[in-house]
Write a protein that binds this ligand. Structure first.
Ligand code: GDP
Ligand code: FO1
Ligand code: CA
Length: 311
């Protein structure tokens, strides 16, 4: 049957790729966070959509997880010569994506359709579905004030303490017919090991989405992005802590408690399994760190097995 995966950028893309390698091929729908999207130099940039797209197309930069392998920055260098700030690294090849996306959006095409056109051209067999077609913007409340997400994440290097998170515009967002259909056809729904607050959080905040997961008649399972009390990359651990959540798979399970049927946690956290099971959530333990393609396939198989066992 078909599978829906919910994903942010780098962590989400790794598991989505594993699901493809595990044989899902054209039976995978990846619902992706778009609350990181922003405008730069007049272009519409969708970092998480592009990270998933490049990863599934096999052209992602393995060193960063985002951007295109072997990309160059001649354009950015010239933008710098014009005296403009270049804090967001945009490769020459990556810019082609933003140029064409922006052109198609300006012509009135929905982000869902534009994404399908780009991904199909790159040979991606899975369907990459933006969480919605309306603009939503994550804003981060910090001691330095309210920051736009990429300003917090890239320009200021996640150094500000996160006191709150808002998803501006999400009240006007609607689940797309493509996402509705994917959820209706799914035999399992998988939450990738993405940041629960700023990658999965915006998807769940789209009106109706969380309720839809609660009402799902198929298993809803997650892979914990927190391993041994830490995020493998990025600010998820510090963000959880400053917002009063436990920095562990137990803390992650609590955030998803109202709809979650099962969770795959890392072997480093096996002592937390009983506490999570007590919440009525099935727990499976594995090495969840994905360094190689084999790791991605192995973790994908483990979470698929967990879901199958819950039918
Ligand atoms: P972003 O949008 O690029 O920040 O990426 P995501 O939100 O999709 O993923 C970020 C999260 O992925 C971080 O909290 C990491 O801890 C987690 N992560 C990254 N790689 C792995 C991995 O190999 N295994 C697990 N379990 N988590 C991972
Ligand atoms: N992340 C960075 O840390 N620095 C960058 O300069 C940067 C550029 C960039 C360009 C295109 C793209 O699709 C992603 C890019 N990212 C960059 C990653 C991305 O913006 C963030 O990792 C996520 O949005 C955080 O969730
Ligand atoms: Ca992101």
């Amino acid at each position: 049957g078909r599978v829906v995966a919910l994903a942010g950028g780098v962590g989400g893309a790794k598991l989505a790729h594993g699901l493809l390698l595990a044989g899902l091929d054209d039976r995978l729908d990846v619902v992706v966070n778009t609350a990181d999207d922003f405008q730069l130099y007049g272009l519409h940039i969708s970092p998480d959509l592009d990270t998933v797209m490049y990863t599934l197309a096999g052209i992602a930069n393995p060193a960063t997880g985002w951007g295109i392998l072997g990309d160059t920055a001649a354009t950015l260098g010239m933008i710098g010569r014009y005296g403009r700030s270049t804090w967001f690294w945009l490769g020459d090849r990556d810019l082609a994506t933003h140029i064409l996306r922006t052109e198609r959006l300006r012509a009135g095409t929905r982000l869902t359709e534009v994404t399908a056109e780009l991904a199909t051209a790159l040979g991606v067999t899975a369907r990459i579905l933006p969480m919605c077609d309306e603009p939503v913007a994550t804003l981060v409340e910090t001691p330095a004030g309210l920051l736009e997400f990429q300003d917090y994440f890239v320009r200021r290097r996640q150094q500000d303490t996160v006191l709150g998170i808002r998803f501006e515009g999400v009240e006007h967002a609607r689940m797309t017919q493509e996402v509705e259909r994917a959820l209706a056809e799914a035999t399992a729904i998988i939450l990738c090991p993405s940041n629960p607050l700023v990658s999965i959080g915006p998807i769940l905040a789209v009106p109706g989405f969380r309720e839809r997961l609660r009402a799902a008649e198929v298993p809803v399972v997650a892979v914990s992005p927190i391993v041994g009390g830490q995020a493998l990359k990025g600010p998820a651990d510090r963000m959880l802590a400053s917002l009063g959540h436990e920095v562990s798979p137990l803390g992650v399970a609590r955030l998803y408690q109202d709809f979650l049927d099962g969770i795959l946690i890392d072997q480093l956290d096996d002592e937390l399994a009983p506490a999570i099971a007590e919440m009525g959530i099935a727990v499976q333990v594995a090495d969840t760190v994905m360094r190689t393609d084999d790791d991605r396939r192995r973790v994908a198989r483990a979470v698929l097995d967990l879901a199958r066992g819950l039918v």
